[in-house]
Design a protein around this ligand. Sequence first.
Ligand code: HEC
Length: 132
Amino acid sequence: MARLGRITALLLLLLASCAQSELRHQLADLSPGDAGSGEKLFLQARDEAPPCASCHSIDGSQSLKAAPDLQGFAARAGSRVEGQSAQEYAFSSIVRPASYVVPGYANSMYANYDRQLADSDLADLIAYLLTL
Ligand code: HEC
């Protein structure tokens, strides 16, 4: 019986730590973003987080080879992952980049934006991405 109790306690601990690794942000919580502020954020770092533009070009030049160029992103975002709208895909690309890895690239996108960006930052970035 004591052993069962210990196993239950362990399972509860495990569950608690899984819950902690869930996303901080949910798309449904975001208000409409501002693409202009999103562009600024794309170009500048926020706190310790690297700027998106340190890895992504947006002019079709693919000048930064480590990450996909985002020119035309709005047009392809809705067909990247079956069942995900362009907005949903843009959101998960930022907060959970490993959930879908663009063919031909490594899973090397910075993975802490979910923790470091505010809801409004995410909304602004998504609004900006969907203008590209
Ligand atoms: C350290 C480099 C790096 C940084 C910084 C980075 N990314 Fe990425 N990003 C990648 C890589 C590599 C991929 C391709 C692999 C993947 O899909 O995860 C990617 C994929 C993406 C995609 C999917 C593109 C497509 O064509 O489907 C989007 C959208 C994106 N990033 C947006 C952003 C935004 C917005 C930021 C800033 C908040 C950012 N990235 C910061 C490296 C980076």
